[in-house]
Design a protein around this ligand. Structure first.
Ligand code: IPM
Ligand code: MG
Length: 367
């Protein structure tokens, strides 16, 4: 059997810096665990725009459809702020999500014990936090038609459309129920059924799918209340399922509960491919961080944890994913901190590659 394949799209800003550490981890698995991946690389975002005049070349899109998993770094930067909407770096990312049909976006928000002090909330509110947000990723207001800026009388009107079909709601609901079954068997669905028809339908379909998962405790919440509850008492949640736009916002709220955006991975999953693996892309939740690019300050942990999710969800290597996550916990418990994680105690920050070194050493020690 051939090796599983990975396409690395490091992208812009700190993307290539954090991805360099992931590449070392991938090599480690080949050398030490006999788990060899066929890795190829390509451009996305501003990097692709600079080379090809588009944020994602058709050839790259085609390659993404052929591999077992895509690992993406980050896209965007101030250099591209004035570009036309159609060629902005973010469009490259959205095209990958849409054409790979990655409808289920898993965004864990987990508070590492060693980092509970970094949360903007009190430690006792976030300690032990372990939430999974499932965000619908290929529909809703991000993609609904009509959209655009149109002339209407003597002024312009900006239009986006929130649109969900029953099957779109159903498939993401199923993936959330499946996850809830594998975790704490608690699912909270968030929408705005009080003001939006799409929310009414969302609630109805999620309730219907629930019949197939009687063991899961299902609740519904308006998304604004959900935001408040996430900040008030986040530990009440296990799995949350929500639409594309609410998921974008709520996952940033959840991320901040954990102390650092530099720590959070994500997985975007689609339907199974011919080989049974889900179509998949993994990326850190953080962005390209132009303010610290090129300074060796970036925290590679979110990107490395994204590879851990790839081990778990694409490559059926749950034990190896556990090993990698444990190595990261060890390193944090040992007090290693990149610059984003510095509190008041005057710890000297380690560089991006020093964090990589330490994680590799902890992996060695785990053998
Ligand atoms: C995210 C980001 C993206 C989104 C942007 C970069 C298009 O905020 O992945 O959360 O809005 O989905
Ligand atoms: Mg976002």
């Amino acid at each position: 059997m051939s090796n599983p394949s990975i396409l690395i799209l490091a992208g812009d800003g700190i993307g290539p810096e954090v991805m360099a550490q992931v590449t070392r981890i991938i090599d480690w698995y080949g050398n030490k665990r006999d788990l060899t991946f066929d890795v190829s690389t390509d451009l996305v975002g501003g990097a692709a725009y600079d080379a090809h005049g588009v944020p994602l070349h058709d050839d790259t899109m085609a390659r993404a459809m052929e591999v077992d998993a895509v690992l993406l770094g980050a896209v965007g930067g101030p250099k591209y702020d004035d570009l036309d909407f159609s060629v902005k770096p973010e469009r490259g990312l959205l095209r990958l999500r849409k054409e790979m049909d990655l409808f289920s976006n898993l965004r864990p928000a987990q508070c590492f014990d060693a980092l509970a002090d970094f949360s903007s909330l009190k430690k006792d509110i976030v300690a032990g936090l372990d939430i999974m947000i499932v965000r619908e990723l290929t529909s809703g207001v991000y993609f609904g038609e009509p959209r655009g800026i149109f002339n209407e009388g003597n002024e312009r009107v900006g239009i986006n459309t929130q649109r969900y079909t029953e099957s779109e709601i159903e498939r993401v609901a199923r993936s959330a129920f499946d996850l809830a079954m594998a975790r704490g068997k608690k699912l909270c669905s968030m929408e705005k059924a009080n003001v939006m028809e799409s929310g009414v339908l969302w609630r109805e379909v999620v309730t219907r799918v629930h019949a197939d998962y009687p063991e899961v405790e299902l609740s519904h919440m308006y998304a604004d209340n959900g935001a408040m509850q996430l900040v008030r008492a986040p530990n009440q949640f296990d799995v949350i399922v929500t639409d594309n736009l609410f998921g974008d916002i709520l996952s940033d709220v959840a991320a901040m509960l954990t102390g650092s955006l530099g720590m959070l991975p994500s997985a975007s999953l689609g339907a199974p491919m011919d080989n049974g693996r889900p179509r998949a892309m993994y990326e850190p939740v953080h962005g390209s961080a132009p303010d610290i690019t090129g300074q060796a300050k970036a925290n590679p942990i979110a990107c490395i944890l994204s590879f851990a999710m790839a081990l778990r969800y694409s490559f059926d290597q749950g034990a190896e994913a556990d090993r990698l996550e444990a190595a990261i916990e060890t390193v944090l418990a040992d007090g290693l901190r990149t610059a984003d994680l510095l509190g008041e105690d005057g710890v000297t920050p380690v560089s991006t590659s020093e964090m990589g070194d330490a994680i590799l050493a902890a992996l060695d020690a785990s053998l």
